[in-house]
Design a protein around this ligand. Structure first.
Ligand SMILES: [Mg+2]
Length: 134
């Protein structure tokens, strides 16, 4: 299932690697270096899925999730977080939400599995999300 995916990470190596991998898998992929730039991309066009780092400058992953929960709840439900962080605030955020998490370092198999699961569950939830928009 091809999807429009936004990859958000301040590390250009990780963002580029993940974007290449998702593009090879047939997805339409864009990259943003932090949560603030991600919000700009999301204002320009729709995405099916957002894969985001947690620790980033300007607006971090938790901040992006909170902003989307407030403004676009449908998007908050379509996020996967990447983390290798031992940062207590990042771990507290992950414990306090039921977001999907991709643990760094991850393999191509891990990425494929998480993306597939997220797209399947958001497809089944899209009717109610669309009803809430507008
Ligand atoms: Mg980071």
């Amino acid at each position: 299932m091809a999807a429009r995916i936004l990859v958000v990470d301040d590390n250009p190596d990780i963002a580029g690697m993940l974007a290449d991998l998702l593009t090879l898998a047939g997805h339409d992929t864009q990259v943003a270096p932090n949560g603030a730039r991600a919000l700009e991309r999301l204002a320009e066009r729709d995405f099916d899925l957002i894969i985001s780092d947690l620790m980033m400058p300007e607006l971090d992953g938790a901040g992006l999730w909170r902003e989307l929960s407030r403004r676009h709840p449908g998007y908050a439900a379509r996020m996967i977080f990447m983390t290798g962080a031992q940062d207590p605030s990042a771990l507290a955020f992950l414990r306090g939400t039921d977001v999907r998490v991709l643990r760094k370092p991850f393999t191509m198999v891990d990425v494929g599995r998480e993306v597939r699961h997220a797209l399947e569950s958001s497809a089944s939830a899209s009717l109610s999300a669309d009803a809430g928009r507008g």
